[in-house]
Write a new protein. Structure first.
Ligand code: DX5
Ligand code: ZN
Length: 217
């Protein structure tokens, strides 16, 4: 069954505890945490102190998506804050392999992510290190953007590669996931769906999570 990772980017920041507990109760699998620095992407969100603050309010894995330049500078902080998975953009560092080694050395699962304009070949040589590969289906920076379906070809490639080479990473999709786009993601080979606005911009969060499961059956 597909895993659902609600993104707290679309939660109420004044009520993070409430909104995290709500999706946990309704069957979410991960809590997706979007970290933006106003430089790698044109928006600023939160830092490791917020990850520390939310760590005790949920048992769910914290899936931390770093959209920051030179993520190596902050990997130890996010690891110590209690992240379970730390995912770094291949475009954000000239040393993606080293960044992923750093994450693993902290005892945290290492993810790698590519933007819509970046091909799978860029991350080919770090796939043996990856616990998670995240495919962006929007240009990162904001919730509520339209799904870029051309990116699904990369999901198919990654699914084939892991079968062929015996890699163990999960494939996650981030951006524009809703009741209309979720099925194509899973059909292409995705294991985890991030959903921000679709889940949180509703009075019935439970119904939204259930619908994502239903349409991907
Ligand atoms: C975008 C973030 C996403 C965002 C997704 O830069 O990485 O995680 O929260 O939001 P939706 O699901 O609304 O596209
Ligand atoms: Zn994200």
């Amino acid at each position: 069954m597909v895993k659902i990772a609600p993104s707290i980017l679309s939660a109420d920041f004044a009520n993070l505890e409430r909104d995290i507990k709500l999706v946990e109760e309704k069957g979410a699998d991960y809590i997706h945490v979007d970290v933006m620095d106003g430089q790698f992407v044109p928006n600023i969100t939160l830092g490791a102190n917020i990850v520390s603050a939310i760590r005790p309010v949920t048992k769910l894995p914290l899936d931390v998506h770093l959209m920051i330049v030179e993520p190596e500078r902050f990997i130890p902080d996010f690891a110590k804050a209690g992240s379970d998975i730390i995912t770094v953009h291949a475009e954000s560092t000239v040393h993606i392999h080293r960044a992923m080694q750093m994450i693993k050395n902290e005892g945290v699962k290492a993810g790698v992510v590519i933007n819509p304009g970046t091909p799978v070949s860029v991350i080919e040589h770090v796939l043996p290190l990856a616990d998670l590969v995240l495919i962006m289906t929007v240009n990162p920076g904001f919730g509520g953007q339209a799904f870029i379906s051309e990116c699904l070809e990369k999901v198919e490639q990654l699914d084939e590669l892991r079968k062929e080479k015996g890699y163990t990473y999960e494939i996650e999709i981030d951006g524009g996931v809703d009741n209309k786009t979720a099925k194509a993601c899973v059909d292409a080979g995705a294991d985890v769906l991030v959903a921000g606005s679709y889940v949180y911009n509703s009075p019935d969060v439970g119904e939204r999570i259930a619908t994502l499961r239903e349409v991907t059956k």
